[in-house]
Write a protein that binds this ligand. Sequence first.
Ligand code: G
Ligand code: MN
Length: 319
Amino acid sequence: MTTAALSTPIAVAGLAGTGVLLVAVACLGFMLLAARRKLRHTLGPSTASSERHEAARQRVDHVLQKRAVDVALQPVIDLTTGRITGTEALARFADGRAPDIWMAEAIETGQGLALDQAVFTEAVRQLKRLPAHCYLSVNATPELIVHGQLTQLLTAQHVQLERLVIELTEHVKISSYADLHAGLAQLRERGVRLAVDDTGAGYASFNHVLQLRPDIIKIDRSLIANANADPARRSLITALVLLALDLGSTVVGEGVETMAELNTLASLGVDCAQGYLLARPSTERSRWRVWTDPGRVWDMAQPRIDSGRSVMVPDRPLV
Ligand code: G
Ligand code: MN
């Protein structure tokens, strides 16, 4: 046998061996890929998104540990007297992101209720900074009312319950009115007032108001904006004013930005207004003192946008 004759089968065998090896490597590759995919499926999000998740969890944790949330107040003004009736507490975070974004992040990391409780606690603490003629209105989610043990929380903080208003947003769908009623009953029996927030913007406004029979109906800015130029918006506002009359509720128009909107609300019988036209929300205690001064009256003919300097006007009746 020649060398050539000998080497051919060896070469063939060699080639076949390389082929098997390649197939084996490819198979192993596929198996590894499949295993990784399966692992990713079992373990949840990819590394990048689990890092994001962990960073979010730490951010929320920091807020919870350090109580790193500030409270801005915005006055609610009686349209017939021009006097303050109360203030709404709004959460403000150091990074400037909106409270809704923080809340969504906390829900994702399983800290939704904890953040809700922390923000609520920080907000109600401000009541002691306000004089007796002012209520404090604090936003709450249905989840917080059902599971937040608010009665215990408020009792522990010695909050004057008859000066507290809880605003329940209309944006969130209520899964059980029975649970919500049970949670609210405890608070309302003790003198806490209930406001339906964002009325007219969310799910089934009228049904929500009928179910809850709130002390205060807050009309959403989406109905207020340009109501002066829109008969349909004015009809809806009137419908809410009539409903409020039957329920014995007070009506607050939210997000009032122009004189035309303010005059429209007054002419339709809305009781109170809140919005940039009257004062922007502020975290400055000195401004809270100016707003809540018993002598302070907003001149409804010229409320001026309150952008840093509070405008004091003489204490005189409005016409
Ligand atoms: O949904 P709720 O009513 O809680 O929302 C209050 C929000 O509306 C706050 O973030 C507050 O800063 C904002 N806000 C208050 N007054 C005005 C206003 O006149 N115009 C607008 N666009 N937003 C306002
Ligand atoms: Mn609100």
